[in-house]
Design a protein around this ligand. Structure first.
Ligand code: GLU
Length: 306
């Protein structure tokens, strides 16, 4: 099995301590197996990408001593691959056009007979009559493409940190109405094309994994193994954010913390170092034991901890 790993940030804002902790773990898992570690910029959402952020993110990884193999991949330069996969799903009869707005979806979910949880698509456009479809086509709204997931299929996987997980896969979007390939499609196509064997990423994405596994099956792509890293929370228990104080490497530098000190704090949170110990990425690699029970063992990293 390949242990090739990757870190795939979206260049929409600076990496915070949670992102950096995930990057560190992704690097440790790959490098401790003697495998490749790749960086991929998930920059398809051009409206959210901010100039200069990619360079800053790469500088931050390098400052922590995390190195990567080969050139950085950018999803915006790989759209041909996503189109090919979309065509394949379409010619296999798995896709349908969806004209629903976010508001339509919210309303369908909260309608008296709408059984779906908020955000789960109830399949309105899968069930359109020919006349209804024609009316929607005439409305001029450009349709998204959705996968006909065949009803409520439950897909499970065994996560190295979170343990066994499963989720019901709805008819999710493959290509947005504005033509942008959806995250779930791009990510599974890229992970396969780049030979990624183990996906290490934030636990906020664990709920997307069953969708990606289904896509891998439908496209005949290999399924990677998964490690979802618990998010770093602020002192109020909410997901780490700017308002929590010094949350980026730049913020930390401004209060006098070197990248090495931040690395030590992250390593302490992973149980790999004592507080304020001098560590480097290489020394952490020597201590890192991928089969050790990290499960549930991640300590919080405080936004301003020193
Ligand atoms: N681009 C996603 C993010 O920054 C990560 C995607 C992934 O690792 O699968 O949250």
């Amino acid at each position: 099995m390949s242990h090739d790993g990757r870190f795939a940030p979206s260049p929409t804002g600076p990496l915070h301590l949670g992102n950096l902790r995930t990057a560190l773990l992704a690097w440790l898992f790959a490098r401790s197996a003697g495998a490749r570690f790749l960086v991929r910029m998930e920059d398809l959402d051009s409206g959210r990408v901010r100039p200069g952020v990619e360079e800053q993110q790469l500088d931050d990884l390098a400052a922590l001593g995390l190195d990567w193999d080969g050139p950085v991949a950018r999803q915006s330069e790989r759209t041909g691959l996503y189109e090919e996969a979309t065509k394949r799903l379409s010619s296999d009869g798995f896709l349908y056009r969806c004209y629903c707005s976010r508001k339509d979806i919210r309303e369908a979910a909260s309608a008296p007979h709408g059984k779906a949880a908020e955000g789960v698509y109830t399949g309105t456009c899968r069930k359109l009559t020919r006349t209804e479809r024609r009316d929607r086509e005439r409305s001029g709204r450009s349709p998204a493409l959705r996968l006909n997931a065949g009803g409520a299929i439950r897909i499970g996987f065994d996560d190295r940190l979170l343990g066994p997980r499963s989720g019901v896969v709805d008819d999710f979007v493959i290509r947005r109405g504005d033509g942008v390939p959806a995250y779930n499609l791009a990510v599974i196509v890229d992970d396969a094309a780049q030979g990624i064997g183990e996906v290490v990423r934030g636990a906020d994405l664990a709920d997307s994994t069953p969708r990606q596994i289904l896509l891998a099956r439908l496209l005949g792509l290999p399924q990677p193994t998964y490690v979802h890293v618990p998010l770093v929370l602020g002192p109020d228990g909410a997901r780490l954010a700017k308002r929590h104080g010094a949350v980026t490497l730049g913020d930390r530098a401004a209060i006098g913390d070197s990248p090495g000190e931040v690395l030590a704090q992250l390593a302490h949170g992973l149980g790999l170092a004592s507080p304020n110990e001098h560590v480097t990425s290489a020394s952490l690699l020597e201590r890192f034991e991928p089969s050790a029970p990290l499960r549930g063992g991640l300590k919080p990293v405080s936004a301003t901890e020193r």
